[in-house]
Design a protein around this ligand. Sequence first.
Ligand SMILES: *Cc1c(COP(=O)(O)O)cnc(C)c1O
Length: 229
Amino acid sequence: MRKALSDVDVAANLAAVAARIAEAARAAGRSPESVIPVAVSKAQPLARVRAALEAGHRTFGENRVQEATAKWPPLKAAFADLELHLVGPLQTNKVGDAVALFDVIETVDRPKLARALAAEMTRTGRRLTCYVQVNTGEEPQKSGVLPGDADAFIAACREEYGLPVAGLMCLPPMDEEPALHFALLAEIARRHGLPLLSMGMSADFETAVRFGATHVRIGTEIFGARPAR
Ligand SMILES: *Cc1c(COP(=O)(O)O)cnc(C)c1O
């Protein structure tokens, strides 16, 4: 394959992020391998994505189904061991496309969506790993189930809708100390015996690792600033 020319040194950024994750994990008494960086490639030029693939990275996140459907099928064909996470809101009319393309849905947050996902997984036989998104900051403009509704919703997903929920995800308010939100998410996961925690982004992933993140969603620190869409 022709080596992808990227304006950003994606391979060096990936190595730097891995080193910072390892350092944060060791400081928290965790193994570095217990934390996986999800490279969030939304709105990034394809050359930067290819550079990450050529550097050996295989776990990616996208926040829009339509953009991901246009971008990823040829890359999935070329790299069989890719793991693609949906980290943005999912509308029920896009559930078919999402289940066909993604491996992990991180943003399950309402009964109608949980039911539609479970039905599509049954229909296609594709069982995706699901996370329930919790709106830990109770922000009206943000997706996610409210913390007070999380216990009942998680139980309903697993017992009533038959959805394979394995973890929780959150996106804390921009202007608040993220540690409180990470601690809350970890506590809800612990109550339900959920092993996976997707929390932490470029600005705060080391804090998230300290609070038990198994997946940190990193865009700009890996790919550089996102060009305007
Ligand atoms: C864009 C995005 C990220 C990555 O953000 P950076 O600050 O660029 O690391 C993480 N999570 C979600 C849900 C996103 O939409």
